[in-house]
Design a protein around this ligand. Structure first.
Ligand SMILES: N[C@@H](CCC(=O)N[C@@H](CS)C(=O)NCC(=O)O)C(=O)O
Length: 240
């Protein structure tokens, strides 16, 4: 049985991490049985979630999880795509993961009001007297990562403009198609869904969210993916 290590539902999303949502959606697409464990962060082999334990074989990183599922269970998450479409799918995934992700991190972690509405809750388990210290320490670490990436050297409005441009690109390529590459969801949809849902997250006040909300096709797409892969969660969130 596969165990997927996650943060657990938060911020109105199946998981606050788009990488965890991507891995979980890939597992759902694979049809393999799996269970979720929200207590594995401290043992994460690369210091990040997600990772899986597949009968003793530990695989860290959402892309390596995908490759593991493809190899071990003979799944082609790109089935039906030609070389050009596979290249487009890969390029969009990496745009979301290595570019849009950082713009979303900047919006969630460096803007005080957004931090208070979202990430601050991660520190609830820490003892009250040191909670603000830990939260500030982790925020400093995130700022350091943003600077090391490079995007953190820009002004907040410049970062948001870059993120919004990626959201526009996702909306432009999706167009009127039901899923990213056509009529049926493929591996790239796990990523596009996760990051688009993150961009649309109503908790956060950000120009990236405003950019995403201007695209009706993105909202429809997230709704379709939610209905297909997280029907109970989607309905419960809509009711709330
Ligand atoms: N390349 C990794 C990225 C995973 C990642 O960045 N996870 C974040 C959550 S979104 C994390 O665990 N961060 C904790 C940390 O950096 O301390 C993947 O595809 O799985």
């Amino acid at each position: 049985m596969i165990t997927l290590y996650t943060f657990g539902p938060a911020m109105g999303l199946p998981d606050p991490s788009p990488f965890v949502m991507k891995a979980q959606t890939l597992l759902k697409m694979s049809g393999q049985p799996y269970r979720v464990d929200t207590k594995g962060f401290s043992k994460a082999p690369k210091g990040k979630l997600p990772y899986i334990d597949d009968d003793g074989e530990v695989v860290a990183d959402s892309t390596f999880i995908r490759w593991h599922l493809e190899k071990k269970y003979k799944i082609d998450f790109d089935r039906g795509l030609g070389a050009e479409q596979r290249a487009v799918a890969w390029a969009f995934e990496k745009m979301a993961e290595d570019h849009l992700y950082w713009a979303l991190m900047d919006a969630r972690w460096t803007k005080d009001a957004n931090f208070d509405r979202g990430p601050r809750a991660f520190f609830q388990a820490a003892p009250a007297p040191i909670r603000p210290l830990i939260a500030n320490m982790v925020r400093r670490k995130v700022r350091g990562s943003l600077r090391a990436h490079g995007i953190g050297r820009h002004a907040q409005n410049e970062i948001a403009a870059l993120g919004a441009r990626s959201v526009d690109a996702i909306a432009g390529f999706l167009g009127e198609k039901p899923f990213f590459m056509g009529a049926e969801p493929l591996g790239v949809d796990a990523t596009m869904f996760a990051f688009t849902a993150g961009a649309l997250c109503p908790l956060f006040d950000t120009p990236i969210r405003s950019a995403a909300e201007r695209h009706a096709n993105l909202k429809g797409y997230v709704g379709r993916m939610m209905e297909r892969f997280y029907p109970d969660f989607g309905r419960a969130t809509a009711a709330a």
